[in-house]
Write a protein that binds this ligand. Structure first.
Ligand code: SAM
Length: 290
């Protein structure tokens, strides 16, 4: 864990972030350990608040996590007519659970996270996100999401894959066979939404992820959100739906501004939902026309 030098943490990863680095000034290292699955660091930064870092890669910071957690949750939930039963794969910080339980139609949220240490440390150091684990709608299982999916068929309306990047335990969650398992775990008309890199430094990757999704889902699209602590300031989502008629960019649940405020949503609105599917021309061409 030699990623902190002269008081700065730097995210350096030649595959994910070739030739560049993102740094945050660190006030204090709160915790460091090697779990069964990964290196875990929790640091207090001067400008991004507390941050969770796995294998040297920033997972979330208190300053901007809401952008990612709200969008990865509410895009699929609001594109589904009645998302009663939801599954989260990964999401050990609890932020996606915190968001998913808010949706008025959601009755049950199941979550499968591989690393109990991420959950325990998030409860201790990141209660703003880990509060998601305390909600009565939430049922947490510790285990591998890929294996879990093999044993669940025709069960969920929405499956959100909030995984770490495709290294270490998360590799399988980006493969085509995973999309096949997701499909059988869904009820008719179900929707999946997965963390999907960013088009500035991983356009080919975004394309292959969307292709994997398209092989199993008649409706598939790519959306993105802005978030300063992720590579190149943005991250995308590969979204697939079993209903060939569904328009993923048109929310079926439209919240008024008063409802958005009541749900304590800071990034997601029906307008940011629609806008997140509008891609720059070079991305549109690469993802949909080649
Ligand atoms: N928002 C973050 C991002 O985009 O980088 C992801 C946050 S969340 C902390 C990622 C979680 O995925 C981690 O806690 C990790 O342990 C979990 N994870 C990785 N591989 C997994 C697998 N195969 N099954 C279940 N959880 C997994």
């Amino acid at each position: 864990m030699d990623t902190i030098e002269k008081g700065w943490f730097s995210e350096i990863h030649e595959d994910l972030l070739p030739g560049q680095a993102f740094s945050m000034r660190v006030k204090k290292v709160l915790h460091e350990e090697k779990s069964r699955y990964q290196d875990i660091q929790i640091v207090e930064t001067t400008d991004y608040g507390r941050a969770l870092i796995l294998d040297g890669i920033i997972q979330c910071t208190l300053r901007d996590e809401f952008s990612y957690q709200e969008m990865i949750s509410f895009l699929p939930l609001c594109a589904h007519p009645n998302p009663e039963k939801v599954l989260i794969v990964g999401g050990g910080d609890g932020g996606v659970a915190r968001e998913a339980v808010k949706h008025p139609a959601v009755k049950e949220v199941h979550q499968v996270e591989i690393d109990d240490r991420v959950v325990e440390l998030s409860k201790k150091y990141l209660p703003e996100m880990a509060c998601g684990f305390d909600h009565p709608k939430l049922h947490l299982t510790i285990g591998d999401g890929f294996e879990y999916m093999k044993n669940h068929k025709n069960e969920f309306d929405v499956i959100i894959t909030d995984s770490s990047d495709p290294i270490g335990p998360a590799v399988a969650l980006f493969e085509e066979s995973y999309y096949g398992l997701l499909k059988t775990a869904l009820r008719p008309g179900g929707i999946v939404c997965s963390q999907g890199n960013n088009y500035w430094c991983g356009l080919d990757y975004c394309k292959s992820l969307l292709e994997n999704c398209k092989k199993h889902f008649p409706t598939a699209a790519y959306a993105f959100t802005t978030i300063p602590s992720y590579p190149c300031g943005s991250i995308g989502f590969a979204i697939g739906c079993l209903d060939p008629e569904r328009k993923l960019d048109e929310p079926l649940h439209v919240f008024t501004k008063a409802e958005v405020d009541k749900l304590n949503l800071r990034y997601y609105t029906s307008e940011t939902h629609r806008a997140s599917f509008v891609l720059p021309r070079f991305v549109e061409k690469a993802l949909y026309e080649s």
